[in-house]
Design a protein around this ligand. Structure first.
Ligand code: NDP
Length: 477
């Protein structure tokens, strides 16, 4: 008997993926650098399906049917390269090495190119949903050669999350496309979390609501258009009471948000592509500010002043307004993330269908939400949509939200409560809709000090003005 698929790297993620394959009736070959984990899996979960454990890489490879499908689920980075180096010589033409870890898409592109030269298919697969997702159905974003999807896709679709029977798994595009889309998914997740955190902060500080009350507000929102996994778990977190102190859990946690790096990667990639993902960037920076202990301590010691006591109160229904601001800012963050996916798709020739990305994020992953249905519909109508904001559903939503959104941004500024996500999303929105941007002045400045030239609104061509010679150093912008 041969296995349809093999998994090497049997820590929590690999183990759960292997069990998921087995529970769907596939025979699964097992391998791990140290045999202990392999043994443990078979002892604890062997009854869930058919597993073929191997101690050596060679036996593992021999236990697989052709073309061999080897899922690598090890620590991202050098460990992945070490595993590839170990397995590539044991595989034959047409076999597949499938990296399901959180690799950087540039590493995936490099690895695919190297293995292609050896006749092997390297498939970078984004897997979202953490350990629970891996076991019960993740959202899966496979890249790599399209031919490989024919042999691999059905297995991945089997174990993926389903929405009305439709798997949350589709071939994203060739080479690093899958890992790129997974990275942007994580970037959007950062933005979503930051916006939710700002909503909580305003409800608490401006509205004076307790965490338990805010939990109920979020629960209510979860029934409406904001309905999503992140809103749902936020309500749970806010409801939680610390057993040892009796205080709200949220008050006993140190207010420094950590990060593993995928948000940062998203922003770095966006900078290279020239895509303004300000919502994601603000959320990464907000985490950095929260972790900036020396600066925050110095600011507290210096007593950086807040607004005067006469700062304005919120005019309007705060809870309703914050819901509108949250929804509108969320739309902006997703619009930017999808724009980044489209830009990368163009840059690398990936031919990614954005509506399909919204489709496979509807379940199994952290940003799963009702909202994604509307994104899918928007791109189904027009895959080349320049920005989600001009799709009728989102245009109506933002038009309906904008007065409340502005009131919330004003209140935050007047009361000295940081809301970088809400405010920068609004600034992005206003920049898009501005008929004239002050970029014209920047062009003038650039031409002044660097003779960088400019274009005119009234005739074609490049122009340079002979500015007064004084005070014009010859430096580049
Ligand atoms: P870890 O990232 O903790 O990695 C541990 C595994 O890697 C073990 O099987 C270990 O083998 C193996 N390993 C480490 N170094 C080497 C090496 N040099 N050669 C061979 N094997 C090595 O495991 P996780 O299960 O947490 O995560 C696996 C992957 O999934 C990672 O890429 C991670 O980023 C990603 N991940 C994704 C999540 C998601 O939601 N999508 C959530 C969590 C992780 P040994 O037992 O011998 O030490």
């Amino acid at each position: 008997q041969k296995a349809q698929i093999g998994v090497t790297g049997l820590a929590v993620m690999g183990r759960n993926l292997a069990r998921n394959f087995a529970r769907h009736g596939h025979t699964v070959a097992l391998h791990n650098r140290s045999y202990g984990r392999t043994k443990e899996l078979v002892e604890e979960f062997g009854h869930e399906g058919t597993f073929l454990p191997s101690e050596s890489a060679a036996d593992f490879v021999a236990s697989l049917e052709r073309p061999r499908r080897v899922v690598i689920m090890v620590k991202a980075g050098p460990a992945t390269d070490a595993v590839i180096d170990e397995f590539a010589p044991l595989l034959e033409e047409g076999d597949m090495l499938i990296d399901a870890g959180n690799a950087h898409y540039a590493d995936t592109r490099r690895r695919e190119a190297a293995l292609k030269a050896k006749g092997l298919h390297f498939v970078g697969v984004g897997v979202s949903g953490g350990e629970e997702g891996a076991l019960h159905g993740p959202s899966i974003m496979p890249g790599g050669p399209k031919e490989s999807y024919e042999a691999l896709g059905p297995l991945l679709e089997d174990i993926a999350a389903k929405v009305d029977g439709v798997p949350c798994c589709v071939h994203v595009g060739p080479d690093g496309a899958g890992h790129f889309v997974k990275m942007v998914h994580n970037g959007i997740e950062y933005a979503d979390m930051q916006l939710i955190a700002e909503a909580y902060d305003l409800l608490r500080q401006v509205g004076g609501h307790s965490p338990a009350e805010i939990a109920d507000i979020f629960k209510g929102w979860n029934e409406g258009r904001l309905g999503s996994y992140l809103i749902e778990i936020t309500a749970e977190v806010l409801k939680q009471v610390d057993a040892s102190t009796g205080k709200p859990f949220v008050d006993i946690v140190v207010d420094r948000a950590e990060q593993k790096g995928t948000g940062r990667w998203t922003v770095q990639a966006a900078l290279d592509l020239g895509v303004p993902v300000s919502g994601i960037a603000e959320s990464v920076f907000a985490r950095a500010i929260s972790g900036g202990v020396p600066e925050r301590t110095a600011a507290a010691e210096a007593g950086l002043p807040g607004p005067s006591a006469t700062a304005g109160q919120h005019t309007g229904d705060l809870v309703a307004d914050v819901e509108q601001a949250l929804f509108a800012s969320k739309i902006v963050a997703y619009a930017q993330g999808f724009q980044q996916i489209q830009a990368a798709s163009k840059e690398y020739d990936w031919d990614i269908n954005p509506g399909e990305m919204a489709k496979i994020w509807r379940d199994g992953c952290i940003i799963r939400a009702k909202f994604l249905d509307f994104i899918k519909q928007a791109y189904d109508k027009n895959a080349a949509l320049p920005t989600l904001l001009v799709d009728q559903y989102f245009l109506d939503a933002v038009s309906g939200a904008q007065d409340a959104w502005r009131r919330v941004a004003v209140t935050a500024a007047q009361q000295g409560i940081p809301a970088p996500g809400f405010s920068s999303a609004l600034a992005y929105y206003d920049s898009l809709r501005a008929s004239r941007l002050p970029a014209a002045l920047i062009q003038g400045q650039r031409d002044f000090f660097g003779a960088h030239t400019y274009q005119r609104v009234d005739k074609p061509g490049s122009f340079h003005t002979l500015w007064a010679a004084e005070g014009r150093p010859e430096v580049d912008a």
